[in-house]
Design a protein. Structure first.
Length: 231
């Protein structure tokens, strides 16, 4: 409920079928608890949940999605990065869908191109679903992160997706995503755009920048590990 909740809730409200593909339930001793929490979170969010047969190629073949939302291959979390690359590879092999939205949680979004408005009402709704993850919230205050990130991206979002010196976004809180388009087996960064609250427009415009090599380049985590290097 932290990767791209604003986008997923907006798509759900627009009539999209949202299927949460759970690629992992954490460490063995956590799985029963995390499954219960995930099921409750999806019930609150009105998402479907898939926890078996989650190999990306099989999921794509069965669901035939119009859009894939996945973690960034540079998210810093090693498993998120692995899933991201597997998903991008599977989508390219299937040649569909031609649009993927990538989110970042643990790492900074390096090439965001899509900003979505987050209202107080939407944040309350996301937080309600997030609260189902009681075990994770006992470890880390992710509710605080949800709102802090929305505030931060509301301040710097326009300059991140357009350029430094760009006018501010027309709303105070935002979610940032990297929107990429599949074009002849290569991934292109989409032209920057902004979605207001309630919009769920997936009509993107592929830009001239080919980001395929960057997407599959070794991340900081792959190069140095997920912990701070020591001398």
């Amino acid at each position: 409920m932290l990767g791209a909740p604003g986008a997923l809730f907006a798509l759900r409200d627009a009539g999209w079928r949202i299927v949460n593909v759970a690629c992992s339930l954490g460490r063995p001793e956590q799985r029963a608890r995390r499954l219960r929490e995930l099921e409750e979170a999806c019930r609150r969010a009105r998402f479907e949940l898939r926890i078996e047969d989650v190999e990306p190629a099989r999921v794509l073949d069965e669901l035939q999605p119009g859009l894939v939302v996945a973690p960034s291959p540079h998210d810093r979390h090693p498993f998120h990065e692995e899933v991201a690359r597997d998903v991008l590879t599977a989508v390219a092999a299937a040649e569909a869908p031609t649009t993927v939205w990538l989110w970042s949680l643990w790492g900074e979004s390096a090439l965001p191109s899509l900003a979505l408005e987050l209202t107080d009402k939407r944040l309350d709704e996301i937080e309600y679903a997030l609260e189902a993850h009681e075990g994770e919230l006992a470890r880390t205050d992710f509710k605080r992160l949800l709102r802090a990130q929305a505030d931060a991206y509301g301040v710097i979002g326009a300059e991140r997706i357009y350029d430094f010196g760009a006018p501010a976004l027309p709303f105070p809180r935002a979610e940032l995503l990297t929107e990429v388009a599949l074009d002849a087996g290569r991934w292109r960064l989409c032209e920057p755009r902004v979605l207001r609250a309630g919009e769920a427009n997936v009509e993107r415009v592929a830009g001239p920048v080919d980001v395929t090599d960057w997407l599959f380049a070794p991340s900081v985590t792959a190069r140095f590990g997920s912990r701070r290097p020591t001398s």
